[in-house]
Design a protein around this ligand. Sequence first.
Ligand code: CMP
Length: 146
Amino acid sequence: MERTLALIKPDGVRRGLVGEVIGRLEKSGLSIVALKMMRLDAGQAEAHYRVHRGKPFYPMLLEHITSGPVVAAVCEGPAAVERLRELVGATDPALARPGTIRGDLGLDITQNVIHASDSPETAVSEIRLFFPEIGGARLVEAGAEP
Ligand code: CMP
C-alpha cells in the first residue's frame, strides 16, 4: 500500500469544494486515512514549496497557500501517488482534461483547487510536514478500531 498527500488549497475551501473533492478521492477507491483543516504560516508554506523557491510564480504561490485554510488528507491505496495525480489532472486547469479535479473545477494555475505529491519520496516528506503527529507505523488503518 502506498500513501500520498492531497492538499485542498484555499480557493477550493473558499468555494465550498471540500466535500466534492474528498468525495471524488473516496469514490476513486483511495482511502482517506488522515484528514485535517489548517492554516499554513509562512514557514510551513515555504517548507512545502521549497523546490519552487526562486521561480517567478513563487511569491504568488506562497501568498495563495497562506490566504486561508487548507484541507490536508493522507490518501492510501495501490499506486496512490500516480492514482491521485491522475484524478487531479494537469497543473493548469486550462490544459487539464475534463473529468479531472482541476479540469472540472480549477480557475487558473494558482487557484487550481488541489495539490498532490509528485512522487512516493515527496509524499513521505509532505505527509511528515502536514501530519508530524502521526508516524507511519502509528497511523490508524482506515476502518480499524481505535
Ligand atoms: P501545485 O501542485 O500546488 O504545485 C506547485 C504550484 O505552483 C502548482 O500547483 C501551481 O499552482 C503553481 N504553478 C506551477 N507552475 C506555475 C506557473 N508557470 N505559473 C504560476 N503558477 C504555477
